[in-house]
Write a protein that binds this ligand. Structure first.
Ligand SMILES: [Zn+2]
Length: 193
């Protein structure tokens, strides 16, 4: 398969890589429909974060399930799925208490700017849609893979509720998702700066 690999600041190459395989019975393999560049990918790209050895990039993705491990029953091959950048099993104590991003078996996704991706904890991490959405919606669904969840959590952590005034500092993708979330939670005034 082909995938993005960062070698040095300003040096990202689209290379031939080994196809990912199911390594654990809780894994799935997906074929990416769309994937994207996160603001945090730009830190190493700009030289603001050490890179070390060349490595694949990307943690935002939607795609089609290709294969599942023997313990994955929540999704099946052929389904269109949205997944999180932080994997979660949906069964541990942290997941059951509503904090899946702190799953005891969490692994951070880091190889998603590629044609195929191995998803650990697939049963808790991937959400399947009832049917394959129109391609025009794929970029919007991609936002659910990281920025919308992060912005939503920010509004929830700020305890936005009906009638609140919400102030969002930073109007990048996460901040704008925070604005949407605050509106959904009933904020009366939203100040974004
Ligand atoms: Zn968990």
């Amino acid at each position: 398969m082909r995938g993005a690999v960062i070698h040095a600041p300003g040096d990202v190459r689209f290379e031939t890589l080994d196809d990912p395989k199911v390594l654990h019975p809780t894994d799935a393999i997906i074929r990416t429909a769309v994937t994207c560049v996160c603001g945090s990918d730009l830190w190493p790209y700009r030289g603001a974060e050490p890179i070390g050895d060349p490595h694949p990039m990307g943690h935002e993705y939607v795609g089609f399930v290709e294969e599942v491990g023997s313990e994955v029953s929540a999704v099946r091959p052929g389904q269109f799925v949205v997944g999180s950048f932080a994997t979660s099993d949906n069964t541990c104590v942290n997941c059951r208490n509503g904090f899946p991003s702190n799953c005891l078996h969490r692994e951070f996704m880091s190889t998603c700017q590629a044609e195929y991706v191995r998803i650990p904890n697939a049963g808790g991490t991937l959400v399947a849609l009832d049917e394959t959405p129109d391609e025009s919606l794929w970029p919007s669904l991609l936002a659910l893979s990281d920025v919308m969840g992060t912005g939503w959590w920010a509004a929830e952590a700020a305890e936005v509720r009906s009638g609140s005034t919400a102030v969002v500092v930073g109007d990048g993708a996460v901040g704008l998702s925070g604005v949407i979330a605050a509106k959904e939670m009933g904020a009366e005034r939203i100040i974004a700066m």
